[in-house]
Design a protein around this ligand. Sequence first.
Ligand code: GDD
Ligand code: MG
Length: 352
Amino acid sequence: HTYIVIMAGGIGSRFWPISRKSHPKQFLDILGTGKTLIQDTMERFASFVPKENIYVITAKEYEEITKEQLSDLPAENIIGEPYRKNTAPCIAYISFHLMKKDPEASVIVAPADHLILDKENFLSICSKALDFVNNNDALVTLGIQPTYPNTGYGYIQFNAAEVAPAVHKVKTFTEKPNKELAQTFIASGDFLWNSGIFFWRVESILKALHIHLPEMYEVFSAEKDKFNTEEEKATLEAIYPLCTSISIDFGVMEKAHNVYVIPSSFGWSDLGTWNSAWENMEKDYLDNAVAGNKVMIIDATRCVVHAPKGKLVVLQGLDDYIVVDTKDVLLICKKDKEQEIKEYTADVKRNM
Ligand code: GDD
Ligand code: MG
């Protein structure tokens, strides 16, 4: 049986000032579509599996907001982790939980905060990936054609031959390379970006965790009978402090020898920055992208504007700017200087 695991515990600091630790990106309507990113992610999968089979794993402090935003999901499928330990413990936990419930389970593990434009194509690729993992002891990821040396992604090199329709064996997986290495990868033309959307049978990922993160595996395994019982919550409280904080990419994907990739193109973006939001938003004839219901634009071009409901924003004579208004912060920043937003937020935190 197929299960979906949506990971939604990250902080999403690059979308300041609308994304805050208390209210990160996955819970925001970044693009002004009327839906938050996690709602969009959930809907994408709701046509694919019954809602009872969709799990959301998030941080304890986001459990309430997740339940509010995903009110059609069974409440027990929304689980808050007691500590932030990155994605490997999150995946270890849900894998032990599902193993107890359904040893035949296969899963799609997906981030909560990505944009996927071509949903049909995406779901058809999901079916191919599931077919493959159901018949092989394999860890599958979807690979995206890269466009520039982004150091925040995983890079995948793969064999040309298909081992199944669209599926290729991965030769190397390099998580978050430095700039130089990323440039070499891009120049070679031989690499894909890791989309961070994974497929496997629960049995396969547990085996991989056992091999590559044995200490973490043992911590969970020692309590495996308690998963999917009333004791689960208390068990997590006890186990999590014993886990190292590490991502599944560094912890397993870089090391495992049974990793496969499906080169994919379905209008993917991880919406990492305001520029990528602008690229993916609807624009007016002067290429301004606006989220917010009352914005008046006069003679401005290529701006991205995000305003709270009911607030009128008037923009005149501004080109290539990010304008983001929130209850307590107004940001006006040149689009090509967005990398500096991180630096201001450090200062702002000191002053607020
Ligand atoms: N439950 C839970 N607990 N979720 C978490 C945690 C955690 O401790 N940490 C992160 N997440 C969630 C995030 O909210 C996000 O949806 C997903 O897990 C991935 O985490 P990120 O922190 O966004 O990872 P990344 O973007 O740096 O890197 C990953 O994604 C890239 C593509 O966007 C990697 O898989 C890269 O290899 C990949 O290229
Ligand atoms: Mg991410």
